[in-house]
Design a protein around this ligand. Structure first.
Ligand code: MTE
Ligand code: MO
Length: 443
C-alpha cells in the first residue's frame, strides 16, 4: 500500500471584519504550520515538553491549559444559550454599498463563517421594507378569503392544530448579488451572496388551508399574500405554485420564527425570490388574476437592455459560490486547502458542481454533501493545492433540470447591466501571490 502523505492544511486569515480581533489575526499569522509533524518530530528527538512549549501558548500540549486546572464556574442554568464570546465577530452586517433608512434595511448572512447547509436563525439575513413589527401571537390572525366557499379567520392556535410538515429550503432575496451587475466589487462573500439562508421550516402546507376554505377550483388561479407590517407587503402567487409546495410557516430550525423573519407566521414560497415569502402573514386572498401590486410592478422586475421590464420572473435560477477561500481572506501558506461552498436552484436539486482554479479554463467536479435536497442549499467541497501563484477560483452549478450557471458576460449579453435582480452568474475570487483573495470579474 502506498504511504499517504499527511495533510497539513494551510493557514487562512478570514476576512478582517469577520475574525475576532487584531490579536486573533496575529495569532493565526504566528501559529506554527505543520504542528502535527513538529510535535511528532519533537517526541522522536526527545525534546522536552517545556522546550516544545517555549514560545507557544500556555494551552499547547503537553502543558495543561488553565481551564483544565480547576473546576468551571458553577453551572447556572443558561436559559437560552448563546454562542461563545470568542465568536462575537460572527455577525450579520449591513452592506457598505447599500444605503438604508431606519425602516428599509438589509443585513447579510456571514456565509464565510457558517458550516454545512443550515443557517443559524440568529444569522439568517434580514430584509425589511418597513421596519420590524412586534406581533403579539395571541392577537395575530390569518384571514383566508376571496374565491372560497368558507372564508376563515384563524388564530395561531388554530394553525398549530393543522397537519404539519417540516422541510429544508433556502430563501434568497431576488436582489442577492445585485451589485455585481454594475461591477461594484463588494469585498466579501457576505456582501456578494449573503442575502441567502437555509432553514428547516415547519408549518402547514398552503394546499391544506386552501382545501379547508374550499377554494374555487375553476376560477381560483392566483393567491395574494399580505403581511402585517407597516408596508403591508403584498405578492401574487400562481395557484399551481401555491398548491405545490408553498407553506404557511411558524417554525424555523426547531423553534418559533425569529421576529425579524416574520414571527409568528410567514409564507414560504420555495425556490422563488425572497420577497414572495411574505412575513408577518395576515391575509391570503384567492383571485382569478394577478394583482399587480407595488412590489410586483414597480420593484422586483428585471430591466432589460431595450428598456422593457420583465415581470414575475420569480424563480431563483441555479447558482453557487465558493465561501472558502473567498474575498477578503488571506492564505498564508502554499499547499493544501479545502475549497468549500454552497450551491442551490429554485427549480429543484443540484446535480453537479464543477470547480475551476484557473478562471474557467479547466474544471474538476466537487463532492456534494448528502442529502441533496430540493430547493435547499447544497454544500460542495474539493481538495486544492495552492502553488503560490495567482489563481482564479470559480464554481459552476448544474441543477436537475439541466440548467447551467452562466458566466457574468453570458448573463450580461442577454440581460444588460441595469438589472438589480436575478444575478446567478459564476463568481470569481482571485488569489494573489501574496495570498490575498479579491472579488474580480473575468471578461
Ligand atoms: N411583510 C413583509 N414580508 C417580507 C418583507 C417585508 O419587508 N415585509 N421582505 C421581503 C423580502 S424582499 C425578502 S428578501 C424576504 C427576506 O426574509 P428574511 O428577512 O426572513 O430574510 O422577506 C420578504 N417578506
Ligand atoms: Mo428581497
Amino acid at each position: 500500500m502506498k504511504k499517504q502523505k499527511p495533510i497539513v492544511p494551510g493557514r487562512i486569515i478570514p476576512a478582517p471584519e469577520n475574525h475576532l480581533t487584531a490579536e486573533a489575526v496575529a495569532a493565526v499569522r504566528n501559529s506554527r504550520r505543520g504542528f502535527m509533524r513538529a510535535a511528532a518530530g519533537a517526541a522522536v528527538a526527545g525534546v522536552s515538553g517545556a522546550a516544545l512549549a517555549q514560545g507557544a501558548g500556555k494551552a499547547e500540549p503537553p502543558n495543561i491549559p488553565p481551564w483544565t486546572r480547576s473546576l468551571g464556574p458553577g453551572v447556572a442554568t443558561h436559559g437560552y444559550g448563546m454562542p461563545s464570546k470568542f465568536e462575537a465577530n460572527v455577525q450579520r452586517r449591513e452592506s457598505p454599498g447599500l444605503t438604508r433608512t431606519s425602516q428599509s434595511s438589509v443585513s447579510f448572512t456571514p456565509l464565510q463563517n457558517v458550516f454545512g447547509i443550515i443557517t443559524p436563525s440568529g444569522l439568517h439575513f434580514e430584509r425589511h421594507h418597513s421596519g420590524m413589527p412586534e406581533v403579539d401571537p395571541a392577537q395575530h390572525r390569518l384571514m383566508i378569503h376571496g374565491l372560497v366557499r368558507r372564508p376563515l379567520i384563524l388564530t395561531m392556535d388554530d394553525i398549530l392544530r393543522f397537519p404539519s410538515v417540516s422541510r429544508i429550503h433556502f430563501i434568497e432575496c431576488g436582489a442577492n448579488t445585485g451589485m455585481e451587475w454594475g461591477n461594484v466589487a463588494v469585498p466579501t462573500v457576505q456582501y456578494t451572496h449573503g442575502m441567502l439562508a437555509c432553514s428547516e421550516f415547519t408549518g402547514v402546507l398552503l394546499s391544506t388551508l386552501l382545501e379547508e376554505v374550499g377554494y374555487d377550483k375553476k376560477n381560483g388561479k392566483f393567491i395574494l399574500a399580505e403581511g402585517a407590517d407597516g408596508s403591508a407587503l403584498t405578492r401574487t402567487v400562481p395557484m399551481e405554485m401555491a398548491l405545490n409546495d408553498v407553506m404557511v410557516v411558524y417554525g424555523q430550525n426547531g423553534e418559533m420564527l425569529r421576529p425579524e423573519n416574520g414571527y409568528p407566521l410567514r409564507l414560504l414560497v420555495p425556490g422563488v425570490q425572497g420577497v414572495s415569502s411574505v412575513k408577518w402573514l395576515r391575509r391570503i386572498e384567492v383571485g382569478d388574476k394577478p394583482w399587480n401590486t407595488r412590489e410586483e410592478s414597480l420593484h422586483y422586475i428585471d430591466l432589460m437592455p431595450d428598456g422593457m421590464h420583465r415581470q414575475y420572473s420569480s424563480v431563483q435560477e441555479v447558482k453557487s459560490v465558493i465561501t472558502t477561500p473567498s474575498g477578503g481572506q488571506k492564505l498564508l501558506d502554499k499547499g493544501y486547502y479545502e475549497i468549500s461552498g454552497l450551491a442551490w436552484s429554485g427549480r429543484g436539486k443540484i446535480r453537479r458542481v464543477d470547480v475551476s482554479t484557473d478562471g474557467g479554463r479547466s474544471w474538476r467536479t466537487a463532492k456534494l454533501q448528502e442529502p441533496v435536497l430540493t430547493k435547499a442549499l447544497t454544500r460542495f467541497r474539493i481538495d486544492w493545492n495552492w502553488d503560490g501563484g495567482p489563481a482564479f477560483l470559480q464554481s459552476r452549478a448544474v441543477d436537475e433540470t439541466g440548467h447551467v450557471q452562466p458566466t457574468i458576460s453570458a448573463l450580461r449579453a442577454v440581460r444588460g447591466t441595469r438589472s438589480i435582480y436575478h444575478n446567478n452568474a459564476i463568481q470569481t475570487w482571485k488569489v494573489q501571490p501574496d495570498g490575498e483573495v479579491w472579488n474580480v470579474q473575468l471578461a
